[in-house]
Design a binder for this molecule. Structure first.
Ligand SMILES: [Zn+2]
Length: 203
């Protein structure tokens, strides 16, 4: 069937199946849907994909995505300048910020250490982190990398290699708590282990 497929459609399908969650069948369904769209709409989608490359850049402060040299969060002078929240991916930063409970600075580390997947520290933006801490404004670094094994490895790597050089910077991490409304008996072992390990002292 593939041999009889017109070249432009074949080319599009080859690109679509590279997207997360899309197999050959769903890629075909998508392509068929696109063909039914009015031409202006398909062009708009195409331009949107073009713009991602042409008009998006990395913020020079946090390494997050931005359309300007410094992103809106970093440019916001009303935010606290003494706390830095470190995330592994840019979208975690968006989600944390949508919560509205954190008003400090952010930095995107660009990934996590995963020795099994050959992801070593050269994939992480350690240089930017070191620079931010060396500026001397940050007094607390919040590690918000998650609670996976990779995140834990990365937490300790950062504590070992970066934080040691900045003894005046307090390091904390998100508490690995039990989700609100969940009963202990239904928790998975790992969550419970974390909850116990990072148990908080009650007044
Ligand atoms: Zn920024």
């Amino acid at each position: 069937m593939r041999d009889r497929m017109p070249e432009p459609l074949k080319a599009l399908l080859e690109q679509l199946v590279r997207l997360p969650g899309l197999g050959p069948k769903s890629a075909m369904r998508l392509a068929m849907a696109l063909l039914k769209w009015p031409e202006s709409e398909t062009r708009r989608l195409g331009n949107g994909i073009h713009d991602l490359r042409d008009n998006l850049r990395l913020c020079s402060r946090c390494g997050g995505l931005s359309s300007t040299e410094v992103c809106a969060i970093c440019a916001d002078m009303a935010r606290a300048r003494d706390t830095l929240c470190l995330v592994a991916e840019w979208d975690s930063m968006l989600i944390l910020d949508e919560g509205g409970f954190y008003h400090g600075q952010y930095m995107n580390l660009g990934g996590l250490l995963d020795p099994l997947d050959n992801k070593n520290s050269s994939n992480l933006d350690i240089e930017r982190l070191t620079q931010r801490l060396a500026e001397g404004e940050i007094t607390e670094l919040i590690l918000a990398l998650g609670s996976t094994l990779e995140a834990e490895n990365t937490d300790s790597f950062i504590q070992r290699t970066v934080c040691g050089r900045f003894p005046n910077v307090r390091v904390s991490r998100l508490a690995q708590g039990i989700p609100l409304g969940a009963e202990v008996k239904y928790m998975d072992k790992e969550t419970l282990r974390q909850s116990l390990r990072y148990r908080q002292k009650l007044d």
